[in-house]
Write a protein that binds this ligand. Structure first.
Ligand code: ATP
Ligand code: MG
Length: 353
């Protein structure tokens, strides 16, 4: 997929997401959701509007939700995984603070689920090296990687992600735009597995939000690893400072024009998402007020939205024993499900001796 075809894939996925929203409205319980994050830093507004908010909404509508902490995948673009304990704890704190409920949602780390990882082996046999080499997100991540050469893990992690998604037979994956090529690999693997061995896995759909690619303060994709984020756990003052420092452009009048004014439009979108308003209306409201007025509006809107999240996060921070227990319970539940799926896979493949 080139940049153009990624844009085309996004248009197709947006159309499909609208159809899926209708199905969710009718019967959310028909969906099993899997999605997750790498413990490479603090979750940020790109995560919140790109996928976290959808997770909570789907959970509250009655879908079964699995949230994965992709700790092995930290090693795709760096030699050693640093601050793992701190980042993993931070992710679980953020999940709880935004409203994921461990009584209904399974939160787990894939390194703690051996049977899930074993699915990687048959799945690797179902994709070709050229297919892996073509993945535009992997290419982009290689360009931003901290390593001198490309590791086997970097090239194959989309296949590992197929194991993450299919171990629990998820049929819906709320993600940002960068994940679309990976989800396509998962869909190919599910189909090919069925053709060769029988129907064990569903073919899952991506669910895009209204913010499939939120930009960071430097005008490129907001990413934990790129130092351009507005973290969910930042204080109100830090948040306002980061937003004040965000890149804009030289045109004074504020408009919403993502193609020609990506940085300004991303700020407009942030305010619109936080206020639940249309971005064009938000831009028209700021108009000649310029970038300073826009940034002020964004900071107030984001801080108002996040105030209750921060308060809940601070409460959970006082009970880290509970936070760890949530993860242990999730690991246990995911392991039971993965063991059952692996047994079925081995039966389908004739590996029952
Ligand atoms: P890293 O830079 O370490 O890769 P990241 O910020 O890209 O971190 P991930 O853990 O790779 O975060 O992504 C977790 C989920 O959040 C994925 O579904 C991804 O598509 C989504 N996501 C990440 N960044 C954004 C963004 N800027 N806009 C929308 N969705 C995003
Ligand atoms: Mg990423």
């Amino acid at each position: 997929m080139t940049t153009t075809t990624l844009a085309q894939a996004t248009t197709v996925a947006q159309r499909r997401s609208a159809e899926l929203e209708d199905l969710i409205d009718r019967d959310a319980a028909a969906f099993r959701i899997l999605t997750g994050d790498r413990p490479t830093g603090q979750l940020h507004l790109g995560h919140y509007f790109g996928t976290l908010r959808n997770r909570v909404r789907l959970q509250d509508l009655g879908a079964e939700v699995f949230v994965l902490i992709a700790d092995y995948q930290v090693l795709t673009d760096r030699d050693t995984a640093e601050h793992l304990d701190e980042y993993v704890t931070g992710l679980v704190l953020d999940y709880l603070a935004i409203g994921l409920d461990p009584a209904r949602t399974v939160i787990f780390a894939h390194s703690a689920v051996p049977a899930l990882n074993q699915l990687l082996l048959p799945f690797l046999s179902l994709v070709s090296v050229p297919e892996l080499n073509r993945n535009p997100t992997v290419k982009d991540e290689i360009a931003h990687s901290r390593q001198a050469s490309v590791s086997g893990l970097m090239l194959t992690y989309p296949v590992h992600q197929a194991a993450d998604i299919l171990f629990c037979r998820a049929n819906l994956v709320p993600v940002g735009q960068d994940q679309l090529p990976h989800l396509e690999i998962t869909r190919v693997i599910a189909r090919r597995f069925s053709e060769r061995y029988g129907p064990v896995f569903p073919v899952p759909d991506a669910l895009l939000s209204a913010a499939p690619l939120l930009l960071g303060t430097d005008g490129t994709k907001m990413s934990k690893s790129r130092g351009n984020t507005i973290p969910l756990s930042a204080t109100a003052d830090e948040t306002a400072r980061l937003i004040r420092g965000a890149q804009t452009d030289s045109e004074r009048h504020i408009s919403y024009d993502p193609a020609d004014r990506p940085a300004v439009s991303s700020l407009v979108l942030l305010a619109a998402l936080a206020l639940d308003r249309d971005p064009r209306e938000v831009a028209a409201g700021v108009g000649g007020g310029g970038a300073a007025a826009l940034k002020q509006l964004v900071a107030t809107a984001v801080n108002d939205l996040l105030a209750p999240v921060r308060a809940r996060r601070a409460e959970y921070e006082r009970d880290l024993g509970y936070v760890r227990q949530v993860l242990r319970d999730g690991n246990q539940r995911a392991s039971e499900i993965a063991a059952a799926t692996l047994a079925e896979v081995r039966t389908a493949m004739g590996m029952t001796y």
